[in-house]
Design a protein around this ligand. Structure first.
Ligand SMILES: *[C@@H]1O[C@H](CO)[C@@H](O)[C@H](O)[C@H]1NC(C)=O
Ligand SMILES: *[C@@H]1O[C@H](CO)[C@@H](O)[C@H](O)[C@H]1NC(C)=O
Ligand SMILES: *[C@@H]1O[C@H](CO)[C@@H](O)[C@H](O)[C@H]1NC(C)=O
Ligand SMILES: *[C@@H]1O[C@H](CO)[C@@H](O)[C@H](O)[C@H]1NC(C)=O
Ligand SMILES: *[C@@H]1O[C@H](CO)[C@@H](O)[C@H](O)[C@H]1NC(C)=O
Ligand SMILES: [Zn+2]
Length: 598
């Protein structure tokens, strides 16, 4: 969907507009039953219902109106060509196109709709392109090399991080690694005077976040204990690079899991059955981080390791925040300990990060990874992968509500796909986690709509999924895979990128993954692109959160023909020369609508 890029999305306006509509719960930290707070029974119950499409869809007029609305929105689209002050990049690890489609359907079905017509938050961004994910030496890629492409603008070899293709996997000649390092856009943003941050729900030393700050010939070298003996100084493990080297040591916000590479055997992690740290070099990297920040300024930093501590952070005073919330990866959103001693959501981490980073008058660049979509896919547990995708979508929705696309380039993409397919001819509204209405030709056994090309879900012979220990609707159900692997391997399909904000229109067509860093560089005037014509100008002034001539619009109503749809209201307002902001509507389509006119 195209909308204008002149978006005004402020929490105050959002709150006004959302009122008592469906969407009101979407902006709260605990998004009610619409996302990850579902218990298994809710999901199972809802995923047994076959949802009927809206009766109004039978009329040609319905589609003609919908088409015209979309067209009117597209016609109001104006590319923003002033420099971006801020950049926000969201990576759904393993978030293939089929993952997005299935998550959108599950989300819709949890809202008691047929599902197919629903949209995830980032699907309302105006610009989309396809991204080719292959690595230099691999048709089917891994996250280290794909994240390196996204964040440095240079493609590299499978499993390598922050280095060019001159560096082979497992290269132990330290000089070769040092000579072939490539800088990420986070480093370029720091050199451009911007604040920077990295958030993930995996280990902070895991492949995707590490591509932002580390340079190694093997992504597994997260702790010194994993480094090969033949790799000499000054080459370091990934955790140490984060704490000691640029850009890691200059990151204003670092949040995720993975405490285990920050301590040695003397540390017993109370949140992980007292397991000890994995370092062997005697370093305590957290103490090191604290000491280095204390040297800079004794009062403006915080280390946190629980939700309680995170909530106590005084964002006005904090310029450096290190949050390590788990021993290894953080929990799946639906299994997370939501208590004060537990782990914060991706959403909450992002909210705090944006408050800290946006204090910099020069702007910021923030990377947020929804890293566990990939892990659920690796286990062939599609239900969890879809829920992790919805959690990322809520995080993005919340972030979009606090930034302006006048001065912030936002992109949402995946590093690579997974071999989950939405297969087999299910009718409209069929539960996405359920069984197809059809049977296998030879065995006459039922099958689920979601299946995998490879992974641990393989069975020989294939069993009847309706008679298993767990219902196919359970988020713990393991989908069938055609080829047996201990852990599912990735897929090599293109992934999508959704974008809005300054120069977001450059995300068009089919692009190499390395192109992404170039658009960020150009839009933000950093790295190779600090001297472009648009770089002398100020960022587009941020629109006031509440436009001067604003009208509060209540767009509820279920009847299709009579309801004043948001798009039509929007067009009317544009033609009347007024300002307005529309976010979510509760019209019959129940689709998110991001748009504003000034
Ligand atoms: C969906 O329908 C069920 C059963 O009628 C109801 O309990 C639930 O609140 C509805 N959910 C939403 C999001 O409207
Ligand atoms: C890379 O090194 C690891 C040990 O550090 C080894 O297990 C792996 O097989 C090596 N891979 C290649 C392609 O050499
Ligand atoms: C969190 O950090 C505090 C010190 O700041 C420490 O006492 C506590 O053991 C840590 N908890 C975990 C789970 O690491
Ligand atoms: C971890 O160590 C603490 C302090 O020695 C102890 O109280 C606690 O029971 C231990 N937890 C586990 C799971 O072993
Ligand atoms: C069934 O679900 C439970 C959790 O409810 C899980 O522990 C178990 O591994 C699942 N079994 C199978 C065969 O998927
Ligand atoms: Zn993966």
């Amino acid at each position: 969907m195209k909308t204008t890029t002149r978006l005004v999305i402020g929490p105050a306006v959002a709150a006004l507009l959302l009122g008592a509509t469906l969407a009101s719960s979407q902006f709260t930290e605990r998004p009610a039953t619409t996302t990850t707070q579902l218990n298994d029974q809710d999901v199972q119950q809802q995923q047994q219902t076959v949802f009927k499409p809206n009766e109004a869809e039978r009329d040609a007029g319905y589609w003609q109106r919908a088409g015209k609305e979309a067209l009117l929105e597209a016609l109001t689209y104006k590319p923003v060509t002033s420099r971006a002050k801020n950049g926000l990049i969201f990576i759904g690890d393993g978030m293939s196109l089929s993952t997005i489609t299935a998550s959108r359907i599950l989300y819709g079905q949890l809202m008691n709709m047929s599902g197919e017509e629903q949209k995830l938050s980032f699907e309302a961004l105006p610009n989309v392109c396809l991204v080719k994910t292959y690595n230099l030496d691999q048709q089917i890629p891994d996250s280290a090399a794909t994240a390196t492409a996204i964040l440095t603008g240079v493609k590299s070899n499978f499993y390598t991080l922050g280095v060019t293709g001159q560096v082979k996997l497992n290269e132990t000649n330290c000089q070769t690694i040092l000579d072939n390092q490539v800088d990420s856009i986070l480093r370029q943003a720091q050199l451009g005077g911007k604040s920077t941050g990295i958030i993930t729900n995996t280990r902070i030393t895991h492949a995707t976040p590490a591509a932002a700050y580390a340079h190694t010939s093997n992504r597994r070298w997260e702790c010194d204990s994993y480094l090969p003996k033949s790799l000499g100084a000054p080459c370091k493990d990934i955790a140490r690079q984060l704490i000691e080297d640029e850009p890691g040591k200059k990151l204003n916000v670092i949040m995720g899991g993975g405490r285990r590479c920050f301590f040695g055997p003397n540390f017993a992690d109370p949140a992980a059955s007292n397991k000890s740290g994995l370092r062997q070099d005697g370093r305590n990297l957290i103490s090191q981080w604290i000491a280095s920040k204390r040297d800079l300024n004794p009062a403006n930093f915080a280390f946190v390791n629980s939700t309680r501590d995170l909530r106590l952070v005084d964002v006005a005073k904090t310029d450096y925040l290190l949050g390590l919330f788990s021993y290894s990866h953080m929990s799946y959103e639906e299994l997370r300990d939501r208590g004060q001693n537990g782990e914060p959501s991706l959403n909450e981490m992002t909210e705090v990060a944006l408050k800290i980073l946006s204090k910099n008058p020069n702007g910021y660049l923030l990377l947020v990874e929804g890293g566990r979509i990939d892990h659920a896919h690796h286990e062939n547990v599609a239900g969890v992968a879809l829920r992790e995708t919805m959690a990322l979508s809520w995080t993005i929705q919340k972030a979009l509500a606090s930034v302006s696309l006048d001065d912030t380039l936002v992109a949402v993409t995946a590093d690579h796909g997974h071999a989950m397919t939405i297969n087999g001819l299910a009718p409209r509204g069929n539960p996405i986690l359920g069984l197809s209405h059809f049977q296998e030709y030879s065995s006459k056994l039922p099958y689920t709509t979601l299946l995998y090309g490879n992974g641990p879900g393989h069975q020989q012979p294939r069993r009847d999924p309706s008679k298993g220990q767990n219902s196919t609707n359970s988020p713990y159900y393991v989908q069938y895979a055609a080829i047996h692997q201990d852990e599912a391997y990735h897929d090599g399909s293109d992934v999508a990128l959704f974008a809005g904000g300054p120069f977001a229109h450059l995300f068009q067509g089919v692009q190499e993954q390395s192109y992404i860093a170039h658009v960020f560089g150009y839009s933000m005037c950093i790295g190779l692109y600090s001297n472009q014509p648009h770089c002398d100008q100020q960022s587009h002034p941020r629109n006031p959160k509440t436009p001067a001539n604003s009208i509060l619009l209540e767009t509820g109503g279920k009847s299709s023909s009579a309801s004043l749809t948001p798009s039509r209201l929007f067009s009317a307002i544009v033609s009347a020369g007024l300002s307005a902001t529309l976010l979510y509507s509760s019209n019959h389509l129940r689709r998110p609508l991001l748009g504003a006119a000034t």
